[in-house]
Design a protein. Structure first.
Length: 614
């Protein structure tokens, strides 16, 4: 294991040297490589480990976050870390030269490494003998590279696409060949629509070269004809495309990235000039869902996949997750987010705004006169997801009573007040702690730390179902199956709400009248739009989605973040609930729906237009 880690370490750092070499080919005398890295560009085709290192480095530049971070810059949460960069950004520090949301350098680096890889992949000796293995390795790695490049451009569009002062919706410069010392770096931004076309083309190329998923086959008859003609056998096929390649970028991942890009492009913030309609986005999302037989493959426990400790401990695949990070055994998420009495730092504090988004168990919003919501008993009769995702006052967690109000769990015991709102610097600021994604069998206490297996989803099937529902409703309305997939936006939201336990009584039995609020929304496209957005907010909470969703929907970014102060009458024991203001959001809704091009890039390159307002 140590030797493998060392090899990865060497490949990683050698890749950096390779990039420098490629950029400085006209200036060979500027540096002399160390003896152990004394390689020439042509050596890469002879030593596949070094060539593969370029692709590994591409994976390393993917901008996926593995912990809850950006939600604290939205109306869903705040943090008690006063120096957090996302907190400071949300409070008015967001500038073109101070942008925590930027992925510019990270993704452009990834594109450069992938483009270099394309120049050598066909000439590299991936297999010493069989021509079939050589071609299979070329196809797989080339397909991965196409998929990676599509991903990098998707994230660049999401973070940096926008309207310039000339009224044109731009993306980023399109680069499909590596830059070197002779390149013209002063490249203009391509239009957003052209960037989308490039992403689509790269996804299509990836899908043409890659299997939908990596898995072992048991017979040579299952080998694609093009490899059979080269003499491939099933053991050779399994070596390249089998179980050992799981979690690499596959055909179904590329298909999902294409659908994600289409949803972004068809969103209100971009659809006017993106060239993508909601109907096209819905169809592309439907293609992804067809692979699991649509709603037949809907994971009935997908909303609490992180509680499936049996599969997590076994490092098994979880049906809800289309693509994920590798497993990691740690206690970092718990150390960051457990309440202080459980030895955590309580960093992510869900907002009252977010808690208010959860309907009552009967499915109606709390502001609906028929919901039965009681402001003096606000957590009773609520959507069961609230208890799963948010740790609120009076819940028992890890066999401990958590009191986030202003009183101790045991009268007179000062040690029981650390979880109280604003009690110490690791206490909640809103009256809530984050619960989703956390494992209760972890202990972050340094003297007796217990770590467990964790994974972070890159793409969930629930996300794809919600994407389909959003685009299908925009295109055809709640109950029209315009994509011919066998279900509608209404059907998806019904399945999600039934899985959550909505439309049931306190014992979980279906209400005789059913989910009446859903039926009301099904008769009104605008109401269904709002319902779909709210379901997405709840289902994907704390997975770093909300910031981007608010922007692409053109919803207010500057909603004040609220909390809940809970006091107890010592004489009667009665609790009183008071909404409090916690944090202002100082975004400018006139232009900050579109993130900036980094200021230093605009200053260096005259052809690079800035998004308006920045």
């Amino acid at each position: 294991m140590k030797r493998n880690n060392f090899l990865i370490f060497k490949i990683y750092h050698f890749c950096i040297a390779v990039a420098a070499f490629m950029l400085l080919t006209a200036c060979d005398d500027m540096f002399t490589p160390a003896d152990e890295n004394n390689r020439q560009a042509e050596d890469f085709t002879e030593e596949s480990a070094y060539a593969h290192g370029l692709l590994i480095y591409g994976y390393g530049r993917l901008p996926y976050l593995t912990t809850t971070q950006t939600d604290i810059a939205t109306d869903d949460a705040v943090t008690n870390n006063q120096n957090n960069t996302y907190k400071l950004m949300a409070e008015g520090a967001w500038q073109s030269d101070n942008n925590p949301m930027s992925v510019w350098n990270q993704c452009k680096d990834g594109i450069q490494y992938v483009n270099i890889f394309f120049t050598i992949v066909d000439q590299t000796k991936w297999a010493l003998s069989a021509a079939s293995k050589q071609q299979m390795f070329i196809d797989r790695m080339k397909g991965e590279a196409y998929g990676l490049r599509a991903l990098f451009y998707y994230y660049l569009l999401q973070a940096h696409g926008g309207y310039a002062d000339d009224g044109v919706l731009y993306g980023v410069p399109l680069l499909t060949t590596p830059e070197d010392g002779s390149s013209d770096f002063n490249q203009p931004r391509a239009t957003f629509a052209d960037c989308v076309k490039q992403i689509f083309a790269d996804c299509d190329s990836a899908m043409a070269l890659l299997p939908a998923e990596y898995k072992n086959i048991e017979s040579s008859t299952e080998i694609p004809e093009k490899y059979q003609e080269l003499g491939a056998n099933f053991s050779g096929y399994n070596l390249v495309f089998g179980d050992k390649s799981k979690n690499l970028l596959s055909g179904k991942v590329a298909e999902a990235v294409k659908a994600q890009t289409a949803l972004l492009a068809a969103s209100p913030a971009f659809r006017e000039q993106s060239g993508v309609t909601p109907a096209e986005a819905a169809t592309l999302c439907a293609n992804v869902l067809k692979r699991i037989d649509g709603l037949e493959g809907f994971d009935k426990t997908g909303n609490i996949w992180y509680k499936n400790t049996t599969k997590l401990n076994a490092l098994a695949e979880i049906p809800e997750i289309l693509w994920r990070e590798d497993y990691h055994k740690n206690a970092s998420q718990e150390s960051e987010n457990f309440p202080p009495t459980l030895y955590g730092s309580g960093r992510v504090n869900p907002s009252q705004n977010f808690v208010d988004a959860f309907p009552m168990r009967n499915g109606r919003p709390i502001g609906d006169g028929l919901s039965g919501y009681n402001p003096n008993d606000p957590y009773t009769g609520r959507d069961p997801r609230l208890e799963n995702y948010v740790l609120y006052n009076g819940q028992t967690f890890r066999k401990s009573l958590i009191i986030s109000g202003t009183y101790p769990a045991i009268n007179g015991d000062k040690s029981e007040t650390d979880d109280n709102i604003n009690s110490i610097n690791t206490s909640t600021r809103t009256g809530y702690y984050m619960k989703k994604l956390l494992r209760e069998d972890v202990s972050p206490l340094a003297s007796s730390k217990i770590e467990q297996q964790h994974l972070y989803p890159r793409i969930r099937y629930t996300e794809m179902f919600l994407a389909y529902a959003e685009a299908a409703n925009d295109a055809w309305g709640p109950k029209v199956d315009g994509a011919g997939v066998g279900f509608t936006a209404y059907d998806v939201i019904k399945a999600i709400r039934e899985r959550a336990g909505l439309g049931t009584d306190e014992w979980g039995l279906p209400l005789s009248e059913g989910d009446t609020y859903l039926e009301e929304c099904a008769a009104d496209q605008a109401k269904m739009t709002n319902l779909i957005r709210n379901e997405r907010r709840i289902e994907l909470c704390f997975e770093n989605k909300r910031f981007w969703d608010l922007r692409r929907w053109l919803l207010p970014l500057d909603e004040k973040v609220m909390g809940m102060r809970i006091d107890r009458n010592e004489a009667t024991g009665e609790l009183s609930y008071t909404r409090i203001e916690v944090e202002d959001r100082k975004y400018d809704n006139s232009y900050q729906y579109y993130g900036p091009i980094p200021k230093e890039e605009v200053l260096k390159f005259s052809n690079l237009k800035q998004n308006k307002g920045w």
